[in-house]
Design a protein around this ligand. Structure first.
Ligand code: PEP
Ligand code: MG
Length: 569
């Protein structure tokens, strides 16, 4: 299940849900009291005010230390409200005259004050209403708990799910135990969001059905970058996020110093390092490691987490957010690559004896024009404001590109007729991941603006070894000389035809292969963000002349084992 909200503190976390029920949101326990109870209620009010004041003071101190004195001032207003003698008088009068418990008085009097502020014309005065609400909730919370409210025992790494994380509650949590926050209410400017950000704890707010859909013990993924929450997700989604969490954490502390160093070889040749991105939140890791752009944005993930095809507008929304985030860097969106190992639960493909050799990629998409058109429209709309390119998956030959160009032309006419803006010269590229395409670069160069070498598939098709099948793993050899020769020929032909070429297959992310790939002539690498620093490290240790010699030697060898032996030397 996928719940949408607003990412208020970036980062991702996976863990077990811990649902907190917060007293201040549940119905206020209102009751009539006897005259003999008035004194007791007065005492309860004093205790609650004192507790609230102590909490606020502690919170203010905490914020002052962790964030700064300016932010800590948010709480001064609330402390002033609490200290206001006339407010206390009104509260006590209400208890005495109306003979109601303190909760009822707090609720009535403070709601009343908040309402009068809310109607004010001045935005700043209006803003004070939120402080009054907060004080009201804090007092009710203090009254609900009685003296020394219990500190919830949060299991380590738990995903805290709550209606709203007001500072009074947040302050009581063992924050170091919290893996992430999910709340029904709140926004970026809520106090708890500020705190979550300062602690580096991922948080998603404004998830209306969080309490209805999440139970304590559920497996939850919180994506504070995209603003989504997955409840009991499939293992493929968990794996995706495990990878991103590892990317963001990057155990390779010693490589961090490389972040700000240029990606250039020892002899000073710049080697742009781009990121492979599977979902919006991967842009976080891409930016963290200062990727020069996104060389491959796979769009399948965004389709796989929904129960139907996302609409054009939905696609536009998440693609434009990514483009905005990466701006002004280069960004290559790939059209949906279905078939083979990539299947959508709501789009069953006919059973096939051999999925990798059945219709897939762009050819499959061309049979589902509605899906293709919606995606192209979304891409084009993003191109109006951002420098994006469009990449076609699993291109086999020139017809594939020509057909897409035809559909692209139709879509452009439609958009023009609707008065929607787009870049009419948006660059179109082809994935080179099928041997036929690798051998037809010269012809394809007349049809596309750039190429991206997809070695994950290329290796399986060159060596007849299924990339997903464990029994063929020993035969799936990215370093096989046949693969290297094909890569070399693609590089040469693309250069001759003046077409940009990058490599985005996994083999580009292995630093052991970097010198070899540079020696084969590749000059732009797109790798998973978590591999970026290691590859940059390898680039910075490579002299192009040595790399060329290495590649020449490798191309002469007869097997992958021999190439591996050469590289490890
Ligand atoms: C590839 O095939 O090398 C590639 C980058 O695409 P994917 O892994 O998505 O098939
Ligand atoms: Mg591929």
């Amino acid at each position: 299940m996928l719940l949408k909200g607003t990412g208020v503190s970036a980062g991702v976390a996976q863990g077990t849900a811990y649902v907190l029920s917060c007293g201040y949101r549940s119905a206020v326990p209102q009751r009539s009291i006897r005259a003999s109870e008035v004194d007791g209620e007065r005492g309860r009010l004093e205790a609650a005010v004192a507790k609230a004041e102590a909490e606020l003071a502690a919170l203010q101190e905490d914020v002052r230390e962790r964030i700064g004195p300016l932010q800590a001032e948010i709480f001064s207003v609330q402390r002033l409200i609490l200290a206001d003698a006339s407010l206390r008088d009104r509260l006590l009068r209400t208890v005495e005259q109306k003979r109601v418990n303190v909760e009822a008085a707090v609720s009535e009097v403070l709601e009343d004050s908040a309402r009068s502020l809310e109607v004010a014309k001045d935005g700043v005065v209006q803003g004070r209403a939120a402080d009054v609400h907060d004080v009201r909730r804090r007092l009710l919370s203090a009254l609900a708990e009685g003296p020394g409210g219990a500190r919830p025992e949060i299991p380590s790494g738990a995903i805290v799910v709550a209606d709203e994380l007001l500072p009074s509650l947040t302050a009581r949590l063992q924050l170091e135990h919290v893996g992430a926050f999910v709340t029904v209410r709140g926004n970026r400017f809520s106090h708890s969001s500020i705190l979550a950000r300062s602690l580096g704890t991922p948080a998603v707010a404004a998830v209306p059905s969080a309490l209805a859909q999440i139970k304590t013990g559920d497996r939850v993924i919180v994506d504070g970058v995209a603003g989504v929450v997955f409840v009991n997700p499939e293992s493929s989604i968990e794996r995706e996020y495990e990878r991103l969490a590892a990317d963001l954490k990057s155990s390779k502390e010693k490589l961090r110093q490389l972040i700000d160093l240029p990606s250039t070889t020892l002899d000073g040749t710049p080697l742009p390092l781009l990121a492979n991105v599977n979902k919006f939140s991967d842009t976080e890791a891409a930016l963290l490691y200062k990727a020069e752009g996104v060389g491959l944005y796979r769009t399948e993930f965004a389709f796989s987490i929904r129960s139907t095809f996302p609409t054009e507008d939905e696609q536009f929304e998440f693609l434009e957010r990514a483009a905005e985030r990466m701006h002004p860097r280069k960004l290559v969106f790939r059209l949906l690559d279905l078939g083979g190992d990539k299947i959508l639960p709501y789009f069953p493909l006919p059973p096939s004896r051999n999925p990798s050799l059945s219709e897939r990629g762009i050819r499959l998409l061309l049979r589902y024009l509605d899906v293709l058109k919606a995606q192209l429209r979304a891409f084009l709309r993003v191109s109006a404001r951002y420098p994006i390119s469009i990449l076609l998956p699993v291109v086999v030959g020139v017809e594939d590109v020509r057909q897409v160009r035809e559909v692209l032309g139709q879509v452009q006419s439609e958009l023009t007729a609707e008065g929607k803006r787009f870049n009419p010269a948006v660059p179109l590229g082809a994935m080179i991941e099928v041997p036929s395409a690798a051998l037809m670069i010269r012809n394809l160069s007349k049809e596309v603006d750039f190429f991206s070498l997809g070695t994950n598939d290329l290796v399986q098709y060159v060596l007849a070894a299924d990339r997903e099948d464990e029994s063929t793993t020993p035969n799936y050899q990215p370093l096989h000389p046949a693969v290297l020769r094909l890569i070399q020929s693609v590089v040469e032909e693309a250069n001759n035809c003046g077409r940009d070429l990058s490599i985005c297959g996994e083999m580009a992310g292995d630093p052991l292969n970097t010198a070899l790939l540079l020696g084969l002539g590749l000059r732009e690498l797109s790798v998973a963000p978590g591999q970026m620093l290691e590859v940059k490290n390898a680039i910075r240790r490579t002299r192009l002349e040595d790399a060329r010699k290495l590649a020449t030697a490798a191309l002469e060898l007869g097997s992958a084992a021999e190439v591996e032996a050469l590289l490890s030397k």
